[in-house]
Design a binder for this molecule. Structure first.
Ligand code: SF4
Length: 556
């Protein structure tokens, strides 16, 4: 069974909505829990004291808050944390069954080289030799962590390159980075203060960003209302789940999103519906109408509807300069309810899929999606906790599984405020595992450790005296006694949330309407990526849930 990243998020979005309105999912979970205890590869937990530990899911960059039920020191259940400021009690099925993953038959237990068993010593020797002979490229799928800083320190010393596998949400923010100079990783959508969202195919209710964020917001402010406080207009070629539940579905011909953005911009300027003076698109309204399949009147009416309730923001499904330019025209960039700057310290990343010139070795952190295969002749060292299937990796290195290492949780993509959390190591791996940061540290002891970088980040937040520690109670950072107290609280499940975004420090000056770029291929790694393995709980849910069924209706 192949389950994509989007499937998982679609499913969690559906589940989140379902849990709020019907008891059926509870019954399904109950049956599943009983059933999945009988999977042969899941050991029966030892008898012993039961306790609940607070943590965060680190299986993807959304970093949802988790409560982990432990029996005799073993995790036996995972649930969401209602007080978590971003995920708000919601988990996707992968996180929900994550405690089962460490026992999965496809767990990597030994080092492999060219498909044969090898040793950590051989891997160290091979990597040391490769890095002494030429540049190393390191690929990270979860940037901004303490471990990411260790990887970056290594390549800086070695004159190699650090690259990041960017998700579609991050790629959609790339035009603002290009026009403002502010890295996309520092940007987010201030949806909490938006009144109208025009989504150009972005799956806001099908799995976009942290699963609990928009689905909860939509349920509270919009679901079922004729004239909701939050209007979601879904521009989509097919009746997706988001389109089906949105306030308005605007069906257009597939691949014509850029033309619609240009058509809308033309109407906004011609009818003086916006105060911003932006560049005029060269595409005539009649041509936008032909390309989108919408009448010119429908495009005019849509433009008026968008500005009827502001702040309004347009969200692209992927990198689209035309949709970003529409936001500039709407005055939504660097404004409340629009695209905001959440951090002053973020950095710009080199995308992982650019060609690899002269690399002697490529090291993939365990956070890089399994389906990301570097197109290179360099020697490839891949860290992974689970074997996702065959690829052309030279070295396969067992990485820590769920809850087996200390890590931190930086801000999730798309959110508007900076956050920081810590996921402590709660269990010991049953065999020798190393993270890529630890591996590099064993080769170069002068590198900082992940622990050290987490401590430094806590000192940084503490000295900033800004933001709030959100846990069972909210505590302003200014009232904490020390950085150590902050670190202790974060390790117990609290989350630091910054005070406000730096909206005013984001400016995009656009001199001319962007030229159309070819749309992203329909299947990039983000939609084709499949989870290397699934916990049995998720497998059962996935097989039995009707939520996996894709809608059929399509506008042609
Ligand atoms: S969305 Fe990501 S962080 Fe959240 S529960 Fe799922 S895998 Fe974990």
């Amino acid at each position: 069974m192949k389950v994509t990243r989007r499937d998982l998020l679609v499913w969690s979005a559906g589940a989140a909505a379902g849990l709020m309105v019907t008891p059926v999912p509870w019954k399904l979970l109950d049956d599943t829990s009983i059933w999945s205890q009988n999977w042969p590869w899941i050991p029966q937990p030892a008898r012993g004291p039961v306790e609940v530990k607070m943590s965060a899911c680190t299986l993807c960059p959304n970093g949802c808050g988790t409560k982990v039920k432990m029996a005799a020191g073993w995790p036996v259940g995972v649930a969401g944390v209602d007080t978590h400021p971003i995920s708000r009690g919601t988990l996707c099925p992968l996180g929900f069954g994550a405690h089962q993953l460490n026992w999965h038959p496809r767990r990597l237990r030994t080092v492999r080289h060219g498909g044969r068993a090898s040793t950590w010593n051989d891997a160290r020797t091979a990597f040391a030799k490769a890095s002494s002979e030429g540049p190393v490229v390191i690929i990270d799928g979860y940037p901004g962590r303490a471990a990411s800083s260790v990887l970056q320190s290594f390549v800086q010393k070695q004159k190699g390159e650090y690259r990041v596998v960017l998700g579609p949400e991050m790629r959609a923010l790339a035009p603002y980075e290009e026009w403002s100079g502010v890295p996309a990783s520092a940007l987010g959508y201030d949806l909490e203060n938006t009144q109208t969202i025009v989504s150009f195919g972005a799956p806001l209710l099908d799995g976009w960003g942290p699963p609990g964020r928009f689905t909860r917001m939509w349920a509270e402010h919009a679901a079922g209302a004729d004239d909701p406080r939050l209007r979601l207009i879904q521009v989509d070629a097919s009746l997706s789940r988001t389109a089906g539940r949105a306030w308005q579905w605007v069906p257009i011909l597939a691949g014509s999103e850029s033309a619609l953005a240009a058509g809308l911009a033309g109407v906004l300027l011609e009818e003086h519906l916006v105060s911003a003076h932006g560049p005029i698109p060269t595409l005539p309204l009649a041509e936008a109408s032909t390309q989108t399949g919408l009448s010119t009147d429908a495009i005019r009416q849509l433009a008026r509807t968008i500005v009827a309730r502001t702040p309004a923001v347009a969200i692209a499904a992927d990198n689209s300069p035309e949709i970003a330019a529409l936001n500039v025209l709407l005055g939504s960039v660097g404004a409340r309810g629009g695209i905001v700057r959440k951090s002053k310290q973020a950095e710009a990343y080199i995308p992982a899929d650019l060609p690899f010139a002269n690399a002697r070795a490529v090291l993939l952190d365990a956070s890089a999606p399994w389906d990301f295969i570097p197109q290179t002749n360099a020697e490839v060292f891949r860290f992974a906790a689970w074997d996702g299937g065959s690829d052309r990796t030279d070295w396969l290195l067992p990485a820590p599984g769920f809850l087996e290492e200390l890590t931190d949780v930086p801000t999730a993509p798309t959110v508007a405020l900076e956050t920081y959390a810590i996921a402590p190591s709660l269990v010991k791996a049953p065999h020798e595992v190393h993270s890529s940061a630890e591996f590099l540290g064993s080769l170069d002891p002068s590198l900082p450790t992940t622990e050290k970088m987490i401590q430094l980040r806590c000192v940084d937040i503490f000295r900033g005296h800004a933001g709030t520690l959100r846990g069972e109670e909210d505590t302003p950072i200014a009232k904490l006694a020390s950085a150590q107290t902050l670190e202790e609280q974060l390790s117990k499940g609290a989350v630091w949330v910054s005070d406000d975004s730096h909206a005013a420090t984001l400016r995009c000056d656009l001199k001319q309407w962007p030229t159309a770029v070819p749309a992203a291929p329909p299947e990039s790694w983000s939609s084709a990526w499949h989870a290397p393995v699934l916990p049995s709980l998720a497998t059962k849910l996935y097989r039995e849930s009707i939520l996996r069924e894709a809608p059929e209706k399509r506008f042609v």
